[in-house]
Design a protein around this ligand. Structure first.
Ligand code: ADP
Ligand code: MG
Length: 755
């Protein structure tokens, strides 16, 4: 996973891409540029993410490559009001659409009158005049894009539409001078249908990216802070860490912080998907953009700007939408050749009609019997021209290019709303092949908030002394077990002594000097290693362990003075979640550093069949490898820092809870809320998203595979072709949007109070 030092990453907002083949072309010219290690261009988000060597080239060189390929880059300043820009674009598209529809509609009306009622005098001149702005004004950007693409020898969608509308119009004009069929109606209809399609597509894409916009607008705008004891209102942007905010009931919490005074219950559903309000008291963390329900609180600001939880969520979702799903690679590769192939087929069709006129006329005559739009009496040259145009305009590379990005956009958006952050598209695909999910025990299966629930002392030791020695050492440790011991001692009002020479022995225990005595706390392994006998406590140890408690042995200067047992209750949904995973055909396993008996007792209580215990932190990677050998693709769910390598080794790494930043960075999916039902939702969401992607590809391929040959035979009118093409790409986008309707809740929660 190491990255080269010199490699830098940048994300650019690209303008002027009309469809997937543009994205393919740009990606191709970027990736073949010297100094660029990796480039990925996404048509749905209109973003290019580029990894480059900044020793070889600078950002401005990358921008130059983009511009040379025929597209533009929005500068930082422009990107800031990107929303206005895209709204402007949208407005433009709408205007174009209205003008061209009205004009084309008029032409159609005239055509009807001319053909079926009475010949309109000066018909041709009239439609030529009305059609002119449709082709050359509302369609200007299409020809412009086509021209640039052709100059770069990377033909795109614009080329198809431009060639499908310009020649018919121009040849149609010839009808003013010679006796020839007019194609002007056809030209304007093709252009108008293209504009309609693009407009609807833009609108649907807007809906697909709604989730991100919702997140961006979720944050509060202003905050009330105490400055020199006086409460003033300030912009959230001006907050700094350490500020104390005053938050009243009903208000949005402006940014992440720590409660210093007051208590309340907070609606965190927008960040975690958890519908029930969460109680907050001093020292609890609160997250920006969540809503304070009940009481007034003072909250010290801990994170601002890009560091806040919300900013991170937005970043993760955006990153995900910019990534690729492996299944997409093939389609992307094809899209690059798609337009040239269609251009070739167009020429081929035109030639074939003129070389084998009898053959083609017989097919046309056969089709004319049941297809009302076919006129078999047209001269061969006219037929070949109409057919070639139909081939041009019916082919739809867009449907192929939009399949993955739109589904990923909708899927990651749904996830973000439910507190499931998918970090890359690959995970969506891998997830469906997962055969085993391995869980970390502490904090994943269990709450991670252990309590001391059992104490045994040697006969000459008082309970409080045992606690004093143990807690004094554990006070220096970060481990949840350590917290439990310290809490217990403080609860008993025991004064702690500062431990000297504290050492933490990873996965085994801790040691230190308290009041001159050497104190060692840890598991059996640790005691055996130090040759400390604990036979007197063996029975107590096993009793605690069979009771799913974790027992720690405490020794003072080489003699065991007692044992402390800690229980960490399992999360309320763990058992049901495990059962449902097994029902879905996914094996479950638990990996823990805890002892075998405790581990097995806990595993049994939640229904996990495969238990791997007494694993040292650095052994988890190996255990994941073993599971991969045994079951196949394996996901790992964990929280702690020492889980990061295992999360990376797993085929899908899932970080759970508001876990440490490191685990989140190492993971492919992050579950914000600690409950395991979110895990089921994550599995179902990934599967549903991937299914959408495959469906999209299926329809897109089917469409092109059927439509293009039928058009080549001359059985489709170009106007139908243009309509079908627009519908085909719309179908893909709308199919992705339907992902919102899929039920991804765990079965065991369906029908309960949760939506
Ligand atoms: P987990 O898989 O639960 O995260 P760890 O690797 O963190 O397990 O710890 C494994 C075992 O090491 C614990 O069950 C405990 O016996 C012992 N241990 C770890 N840290 C401490 C500590 N601070 N105090 C006492 N025992 C500890
Ligand atoms: Mg742990």
């Amino acid at each position: 996973m190491e990255k080269k030092e010199v490699s830098k990453k940048i994300e650019l907002n690209i303008t002027g891409m009309s469809c997937a083949s543009c994205a393919a072309a740009l990606q191709n010219s970027l990736s073949t540029t010297k100094g660029i290690a990796k480039a990925s261009v996404n048509i749905a988000t209109e973003k290019a993410s580029v990894e480059y060597d900044d020793g070889v080239l600078a950002v401005k060189d990358i921008i130059r490559v983009v511009e040379k390929t025929g597209y533009g880059v929005l500068s930082e300043a422009d990107s800031a009001d990107e929303k206005d820009k895209s709204e402007e674009e949208f407005e433009k598209a709408r205007k174009r659409l209205i003008y061209s529809s009205v004009l084309s509609g008029t032409i159609m009306l005239l055509m009807m009158i001319h053909m079926f009622i009475i010949p309109v005098p000066g018909y041709l001149v009239m439609i030529a005049l009305i059609g002119f702005p449709v082709i050359f004004v509302t369609g200007r950007h299409v020809h412009h894009g086509a021209w640039k693409a052709l100059m770069n020898k990377r033909p795109n969608m614009d080329v198809l539409v431009s060639m499908g509308s310009l020649p018919p119009y121009v040849i149609g004009l010839a009808g003013l001078f010679i006796e020839i069929q007019t194609f002007i109606e056809m030209a304007t209809t093709i252009m108008t249908l293209h504009l309609v399609g693009k407009f609807l597509e833009a609108r649907a894409k807007g809906k697909a990216s709604q989730a991100i916009r919702k997140l961006i607008h979720m944050g509060a705008k202003t905050a009330n802070v105490l400055r020199d004891g006086i409460e003033i209102q300030t912009d959230v942007k001006d907050l700094v860490t350490g500020d104390v905010m005053v938050i009243r009931p009903g208000e949005k919490i402006p940014t992440d912080g720590l409660v210093t005074e007051g208590s309340s219950s907070v609606d965190e559903s927008m960040v975690s998907g958890e519908p029930l309000p969460v109680t907050k008291k001093p020292d609890d963390e609160v997250v920006g953009a969540t809503i304070n329900k009940l009481g007034m609180m003072k909250v010290k600001v801990t994170k601002v700007g890009k560091d806040t939880f919300l900013s991170n969520v937005i970043r993760l979702v955006e990153e995900c939408q910019g990534t690729k799903v492996p299944i997409q690679e093939f389609a992307d590769r094809i899209t690059g050749y798609f337009v040239p192939v269609i251009l070739f087929l167009t020429v081929f069709t035109f030639a074939s009609f003129n070389i084998f006129p009898e053959f083609h006329r017989s097919i046309i005559q056969w089709g004319a019997e049941f297809l009302p739009w076919i006129n078999p009496d047209l001269p061969m040259l006219t037929l070949s021209f109409v057919t070639a145009t139909a081939v041009l305009v019916i082919a739809c590379p867009c449907a192929l290019g939009l399949g993955t990005p739109t589904a990923l956009m909708v899927g990651s958006g749904i996830g973000a709303e439910k507190g499931i952050l998918i970090r890359n598209g690959e995970a969506v695909q891998t997830m469906k092949e997962i055969r085993c999910i391995a869980f970390d025990k502490t904090g994943t299966i269990t709450m991670g908030k252990p309590d001391v629930t059992g104490i045994k002392t040697a006969s000459d030791i008082r309970e409080n002394d045992l606690l004093m020695y143990a807690a004094s050492v554990e006070n220096a440790s970060e481990h949840p077990l350590a917290h439990a011991v310290v809490e217990k001692a403080l609860g008993e009002n025991i004064a702690l002594i500062e431990a000297k020479e504290f050492t933490s022995i990873s996965g085994l225990g801790v040691e230190g000097k308290v009041d001159g005595s050497h104190i060692l706390i840890g598991n059996r392994k640790l005691m055996s290693e130090r040759n400390i006998s604990f036979t007197a406590f063996e029975k107590d140890l096993s009793d605690f362990e069979n009771d799913a408690k974790t027992a720690m042995i405490v020794s003072k200067d080489g003699t065991v003075i007692g044992i402390l047992a800690v229980s960490d209750p399992v999360k309320k949904n763990s058992a049901q979640a495990v059962a449902e995973l097994e029902k879905m055909g996914i094996r479950t396993a638990m990996i823990t550093g805890d002892n075998k008996r405790t581990a097995e007792a806990i595993a049994k209580s939640v229904g996990i069949s495969h238990v791997i215990s007494e694993v040292l932190p650095d052994g988890k990677v190996n255990e994941i490898k073993n599971l991969q050998d045994k079951f196949g693709m394996t996901a790992m769910v964990g929280d702690g820092i020492n889980d990061a390598p295992a999360l990376k080794q797993a085929n899908v790494g899932i970080a759970i809870g508001t876990g440490t930043d490191i685990a989140i960075e190492a993971s492919d999916i992050t579950i914000v809320r600690g409950e395991l039902d979110s895990l089921i939702t994550a599995v179902k969401l990934s599967r549903a998203t991937f299914r959408k992607i495959t469906e999209n590809y299926f329809w897109a391929w089917l469409y092109n595979a059927v439509a293009v040959p039928v058009a080549m035979l001359g059985l489709l009118h170009p106007m139908i072709g243009a309509g079908a093409m627009s519908l085909s790409s719309l179908n893909v986008v709308y199919n992705s949007l339907r992902l919102k309707k899929v039920n991804i809740e765990p079965d065991f929660l369906s029908g309960s109070d949760r939506l």
